[in-house]
Design a binder for this molecule. Sequence first.
Ligand code: GCU
Length: 678
Amino acid sequence: YNAWLSYPKLQQGPLYKQYAKWCGAVSVTEGGETLQAALQEWTRGIASLLDLEAVSKPQPEEFGVAFGTFTGGHPLIQGLFEDKTVQSVGAEGFAIRTSQSRKCIAVGASSQAGVLYGVFHLLRLIASGKDIENLDEVVNPVNSLRMINHWDNFDGSVERGYSGRSFLYENNQFTKDMDRITDYARLMSTAGINAIAINNVNVHALETLFISTYLPDVARIADIFRIYGIRLFLCVNFAGPMHEGEVGTADPLDAGVQEWWKSRAADIYAAIPDFGGFVVKADSENRPGPFTYGRNHADGANMLAEALEPYGGIVIWRCFVYNCKQDWRDRKTDRARAAYDHFRPLDGQFHDNVILQIKNGPMDFQVREPVSPLFGALERTNQVIEFQIAQEYTGQQRHVCYLVPQWKEIMEFDTQAKGGTAPVKRIVDGSLWGNRLSGIAAVSNVGNDRNWTGHLLSQANLYGFGRLAWNPELSAEEIAAEWIALTFGTDTAVAGVISRILLDSWEIYESYTSPLGVGWMINPEHHYGPNVDGYEYSMWGTYHYADHQGIGVDRTVATGTGYSAQYMGSNAVRYDSLEDCPDELLLFFHHVPYTHVLHSGKTVIQHIYDTHFEGAERAEGLLDAWGGLKGSIADGLYTQVEERLKGQAAHAKEWRDQINTYFYRKSGIADALGRTIY
Ligand code: GCU
């Protein structure tokens, strides 16, 4: 339950002595609920890590720690940081310094939230066994918006939720368990999150009233989030004005509609002065939007932006817009093209408090997709990238799939925008185009399960997302190591095993499920488990076109949908070329015969067989590796993961056999190694 706030007890030894020396006394002189929360976190952490009661002192005479803002009047904070340091700390950053002469480790920041981040940073250093004798650094978050999107519904269900039900709502009522909300806010802020949208992007009837009838309930949650430096956002229904029967239309250019949103905004800010803003899914998967009135997405987003603008609120407008009623016989329409085709022409037309939220890939959070070509194509528009921490297509938190390596790969992708090196991370942090607003959002994977995420190892994705949003330069290994130390302690043998499991898991999952970038070979609707033709004759635009000769989607310019041309520079050329297209995305861009030879030297069909046999074996290997930890970690933690890994190993075999059998029957080509295919 405490996840990365478990603070596992440290072993006695030289480091323990060092920590005990510094951590016995703590000095905080400012009031303020955020600073008090930081102090509480510290006291709790030290008590658990070191078995030490941190004594609060106005000014420790002996060794101690001091926390405060630069303007808070604490003499040690004022004395220990030079002006130059103070100036380099941004709104949410912090400075941390060990002074041997003053016998003090000081955490100073511009804001109380910054102090909270700094205090947790110090706790993390201690929990991971780092030396704290000579600290001297300034740490600022790279991304200004670090956001979690809940897909929780008011009835208590969670869309694509794999960790039980919602802990925010049940039975069309807000939770009364404010302790859980507080613990959630603690978890999120210590991972670096500063914005949370608390309801599903698909806004149903009652959730439409969150901005009116239910505002007092929403405000109670915002009051807790505020303590932890988190701004609350709401998903809104674009047709809200009609829903409440007050206005007969939702046309964004209608004066009555504009007034309605303005008056809602006034009410919201009266209740929640630091309200973040709206998240909007419009004209997408049957949600209402401006298209109904012959208006475009800029008209829709700007109208909402005007309502929020006087209060500093923002509109986060999602780009997940495509035709979800496609005829599978129609070979011209390509869903992958949709976001770019809709939004690129609108570049420059959005108000500066609008942010476009773009899914990482052109389809929908598949195990493997190329990066959305919209990144780099919008030169004058604020934008955030949207990841999915919830493992909708990556094992639904029954399989382990550590997603940080996937997110890293996406962030490092060079879009070649502006004619030079332009990785996605420089677009979403706002530096490439000088955006005022920018950042990273992700769909949450939490629920009311005791351990928050169903699969214990999925906590690493939640923590990892926050850390990566804070600093995209952290490696997947470093983030895993932090999470492991905070959760399981500093035993290096244990850490080695868990780290290996995490770091291999995406590749393993990909190998027994989805070969060469093909995607969508899953059961319709719930999306769990193998079904090669599950989406083949559907209206969702998600096809692989497998027949007895070959498989893949031709997205080339000459013979296909032309999607490859949405990329810039050598990316467009590489993806378009059958010879140069990277193996892992081959079937996303090209339709090829099963006998096509990959860069690896294998044929496509042999690659499918080999990866599926190997993948299932490696899934079994994860279970074996975990088995080696029995006795070295707490029984409760051990058994819950063991159970899931058993399920994964068994289910990986099901994937292996269904996929291999399907392609063997289609192609008639035998496995070169003669293994059993049914
Ligand atoms: C996916 C997911 C839906 C969700 C949608 C979205 O299609 O399956 O449940 O509503 O994405 O991001 O809006």
